[in-house]
Design a protein around this ligand. Structure first.
Ligand code: 13P
Length: 256
């Protein structure tokens, strides 16, 4: 039987104290994950070390950082570098989330620099891409997203492991509308054409227990990247349980 990898992950964005982060991580640390489920948690930078310590280095749950600078060190007040988040226990680096693109001048060029920085230090990049509502209304969803992927992966060898997440801007957050399975299928298919078939593509944007099954059943989708619905450990586990239930096989990629 070929083992399929389904990624289930959450970014806590700018939430959680250290005590809350520790309590959440302890719940996950006590879990037996179903075969094929690849869980990851991306705390705020302040909590990476705490969460990584609870989840133990090399454990089943990958710990990530929500962002890091492309330079290794220097006079960049307020920033943290890839070596620093790695030192704190991050093994994955989220790059290019739409909230960073919208509010923190995260350009395609910077996304690419950060992908290279992550790879230089052995972190798994998780590159987020997605179109705005205006771009979709203008019929530019596929062009926008494929251009973001192309730019992010510039200079990255085709065999290098990179995770991608399709996160339409209009689907994210409390005012978001989840994308339909058809919309996700079309964009993720286009992403895979540019990124290569071996690179897992996750979906994120108002994922909940209500829509997770339909999204996971898409053969193009290799997992879910969840915000609010996984901000408590019970929500995370419920989604991981759902993902572990039998479903049509997806091309999850070779990374586990
Ligand atoms: P929500 O699931 O809260 O819409 O957030 C998704 C997201 O941005 C994950 O990175």
């Amino acid at each position: 039987m070929t083992e399929q990898t389904t990624w289930i992950g959450t970014s806590w964005k700018m939430t959680k104290t250290l005590a809350e982060a520790r309590a959440y991580a302890r719940v996950l640390a006590g879990c037996d994950w179903a075969p094929g489920i690849r869980p990851f948690v991306i705390p705020p930078a302040t909590a990476i070390a705490t969460v990584a310590e609870v989840l133990s280095p090399g454990g089943a749950v990958l710990v990530g950082a929500q962002d890091a600078h492309w330079e290794d060190e220097g006079a960049w007040t307020g920033e943290v570098s890839v070596p620093q988040v790695k030192d704190a226990g991050a093994r994955l680096l989220e790059i290019g989330h739409s909230e960073r693109r919208a509010h923190f001048a995260e350009t395609d060029e910077r996304v690419n620099l950060k992908v290279h920085a992550a790879l230089r230090h052995g972190l798994l990049p998780l590159v987020c891409v997605g179109e705005t509502a205006q771009q979709r209304a203008a019929g530019a969803a596929l062009d926008t997203v494929t251009a973001q992927v192309r730019a992010a992966l510039a200079g990255v060898p085709a065999t290098t492991r990179v995770l991608l997440a399709y996160e339409p801007v209009w689907a994210i957050g409390e005012h978001g509308t989840p994308a339909t399975p058809e919309q996700v299928r079309d964009v993720v298919t286009a992403i895979a054409r540019v990124a290569g078939p071996a690179r897992p593509v996750l979906y994120g944007g108002s994922v909940s227990l209500d829509n997770a099954r339909d999204l996971l059943d898409l053969p193009q989708v290799s997992g879910l990247f969840v915000g609010r619905a996984a901000w408590d450990a019970g929500g995370f586990l419920a989604l991981a349980d759902l993902a572990a239930q039998p479903a049509p096989q997806a091309p999850g990629g070779p990374y586990s």
